[in-house]
Design a protein. Structure first.
Length: 290
């Protein structure tokens, strides 16, 4: 299901399109979906990441190393190619052994930003120990599984909204909850480690959801489990609100030009300069420096 980076109330309050009395919430929601999709496309093209967390395994070459001191200890840094939002689920070495989190440090620009690299500790097993020599550096042989994407202060990105009022199995798409007044269609929600997407808010303390979103697995969950809503990054939210309002305001609008008696019509571009300037504030991925 598509992502929604703004709410209907936000767009109606902020954009205030001319005479929107005939615009339904469903139509506003459609504009939000289109705007969110355009933002995703811009981010993938200009930044190569998305603003929601995605669970996936990314593969990397064995990094170069530095020899230091008489003990010839090997020190190397694995540069990521995308932002890692939290400690990885697993790091698998070329010999299919798992690198313990006790044997590496994660690097990032600040405590508010995602991770950009992983470096071995001084007393850790070398990348090369079981590879048959220092020259054995197979490509794409280190697997890092975790949540990838971008969110400033990801540690505070999830807001607990309610709890399950009864348990659910791994396949049901109706989620019984103790309160549904804070949910909207398109919300990315989390129960334990499973992500779900809200497709319908019924108003009777239940949601219809799409299970196992963004690379996560559908699991059974017990009654009382917390249900959290993902809070999109403020910059992305602002861009989506403005883009959605722009699309509403330009309904049925075309650019009209006449040249040598010939009139042509074209649609104006769907992301105005204001929105592009907001999106340009999103950080570029920069490799960590050892």
């Amino acid at each position: 299901m598509a992502s929604y980076y703004a709410s209907v109330d936000q767009v109606r309050w902020d954009a205030k399109p001319n005479d929107d009395s005939d615009v339904t919430d469903a139509q506003v929601l459609q504009q939000i979906r289109w705007a969110s999709a355009r933002i995703d496309a811009w981010l993938k093209r200009k930044r190569d990441y998305l603003p929601e967390p995605y669970l996936e395994t990314r593969y990397f070459d064995v990094p170069e190393f530095w020899q230091q001191g008489s003990d010839e200890y090997l020190y190397s840094t694995l540069q990521f190619d995308n932002f890692l939002l939290e400690t990885p689920t697993s790091v698998t070495l070329p010999d299919v052994t798992t690198l313990s989190s006790q044997n590496y440090n994660l690097l990032r620009e600040s405590s508010a930003e995602p991770y950009t690299a992983l470096t071995l500790k001084e007393d850790a097993t070398s990348w090369y120990e079981t590879l048959g020599g220092d020259d054995a550096r197979p490509e794409k042989s280190i697997a890092v599984t975790g949540l990838w994407g971008y969110r400033h202060r990801y540690s505070s990105a999830w807001s607990t909204a309610t709890t399950l009022s009864s348990g659910v199995n791994a396949s049901t798409t109706t989620l019984p909850i103790t309160s549904d007044h804070v949910f909207e269609v398109g919300n990315l929600i989390k129960v334990n480690s499973e992500f779900m997407r809200v497709s319908t808010v019924h108003g009777n303390n239940s949601l219809t959801v799409i299970r196992g979103e963004n690379g996560t697995s559908s699991d059974a969950h017990l009654s009382g489990a917390s249900v959290s809503i993902y809070q999109i990054d403020d910059t992305i939210n602002r861009a989506c609100v403005r883009a959605s309002g722009f699309m509403l305001a330009r309904r049925s609008a075309f650019n009209i030009a006449t040249f040598d008696g010939v009139t042509t019509e074209s649609m104006p571009r769907d992301l105005p300069d204001e929105v592009l300037n907001i999106l340009d504030e999103m950080p570029r991925f920069i490799w960590a420096v050892r």
